[in-house]
Design a protein around this ligand. Structure first.
Ligand SMILES: NC(=O)c1ccc[n+]([C@@H]2O[C@H](COP(=O)([O-])OP(=O)(O)OC[C@H]3O[C@@H](n4cnc5c(N)ncnc54)[C@H](OP(=O)(O)O)[C@@H]3O)[C@@H](O)[C@H]2O)c1
Length: 332
């Protein structure tokens, strides 16, 4: 039975790792949604995860989850190199998919996945939760309304401070390692949603011992003189900051810019603060979960908040930055 107003959206979680646990903490308390099943490569770990979150079914293979008839949408929560094949598996079985960021290792694979979803008539979305966050959406509305005048500059940066470890997924190219795909996708998406596609891009960066990108800076330019300065680092620790500078003022995100705890808005020297409307303890995935449920109930095949065309275009930019830095994944 497909999701309707009366029945909750039934989620299957594919991969029982770090992000899956955070997501499910929010999922089980988001009204109108239930965790129906979990799959992991190891049946015992899947069963433990299911017990932790009260899921009625667990599987030791991803194919079994794709074949679960009592599941509406598969959330793909594995490391990036698996996303393409796992998304195609679920789509072929007629399931809607929410795929963790980055949706695929590169734009070509992402085009294939979204093309398959369109051909099958099923919903597909990158789990770029920042775009569903209420404070980010409010900042977009404020900019669109001219609250800070004409937007002149967009800045976003984050440094994870994870020391170099060739075995960690952040540095291991075979497991999709690299700062850009794991971290840089947030500042780049921030630049995109506020500034739009740049006319030109300058990239500088450093590589880790494995050949993965460690620290990357991007400077975007626009024909009207606007700019975006976007930065990410795996090994260096730095605040997760977002700043929008307009001709009449600025907006600063408080807390992590992709999941702000507040916005500070300054117009003509006067600062005001907009507080986070989410419930205390919400990791910030509930707006994304609610948006997927809304789209499924409305019969949409993509979310207007996270359009597939944007996801692919952002991966094109990341492909270009990786090419400049000489970062390639096995098989590319
Ligand atoms: N939206 C967010 O806030 C957010 C935060 C963190 C990460 N992410 C994204 O979520 C994804 C998973 O990140 P994570 O931190 O959760 O990773 P993780 O805990 O290291 O791994 C997640 C799952 O991926 C599978 N996996 C891990 N290493 C693998 C390997 N070498 N070969 C095959 N499968 C492997 C495993 O699935 P099984 O359980 O089936 O074995 C594992 O449980 C990444 O794409 C990341 O970019 C998103």
């Amino acid at each position: 039975m497909a999701a309707s107003e009366e029945s909750p959206v039934r989620w299957g979680v594919l991969g029982a790792g770090g992000i899956a646990g955070k997501f499910c903490t929010d999922l089980v308390r988001t009204p109108g949604n239930v965790l129906a099943a979990v799959a992991a490569r190891d049946a015992g770990r899947a069963a433990d995860f299911a017990a932790r979150f009260g899921a009625p079914r667990s599987y030791g293979s991803y194919a079994e989850l794709a074949g679960d008839q009592d599941c509406d949408v598969v959330y793909i929560a594995t490391t990036h190199p698996g996303h393409r094949e796992q998304a195609l598996l679920a789509i072929t079985a007629g399931k809607a998919v929410l795929i963790e960021k980055p949706v695929c290792l590169n734009a070509a694979d992402a085009r294939e996945v979204f093309g398959a979803a369109a051909a099958a008539g099923v919903f597909a979305m990158e789990a770029m939760w920042m775009r569903t966050n209420p404070l980010i959406r409010q900042a977009q509305q404020l900019v669109a309304d001219g609250a800070i005048g004409a937007l002149a500059s967009v800045r976003a940066e984050l440094g994870l401070g994870r020391p170099y470890d060739p075995a960690h997924r952040l540095y291991d190219l075979a497991n999709g390692g690299g700062a850009l795909l794991d971290l840089g996708i947030y500042p780049v998406t921030f630049g995109w949603i506020f500034g739009g596609p740049p006319r030109s891009v300058a990239v500088t960066g450093t590589l880790a011992g494995t050949g993965s990108d460690a620290t990357v800076a991007m400077q975007w330019s626009y024909p009207d003189g606007r700019d975006a300065q976007l930065w990410c680092s795996a090994p260096l620790a730095a605040p997760f900051r977002g700043l929008l500078v307009g001709t009449e003022g600025w907006i600063r995100t408080e807390g992590r810019f992709y999941r702000p705890t507040a916005l500070t808005v300054c117009v003509a020297g006067e600062e005001s603060r907009i507080e986070d409307p989410l419930e205390p303890g919400d990791f910030g995935y509930s707006p994304e979960i609610a948006e997927v449920a809304r789209c499924l109930r409305a019969g949409l095949t993509e979310s207007p908040l996270v359009p597939a065309a944007d996801t692919v275009a952002i991966l094109d930019l990341l492909d270009g930055a990786r090419a400049e830095l000489g970062v390639r994944y096995p098989g590319e």
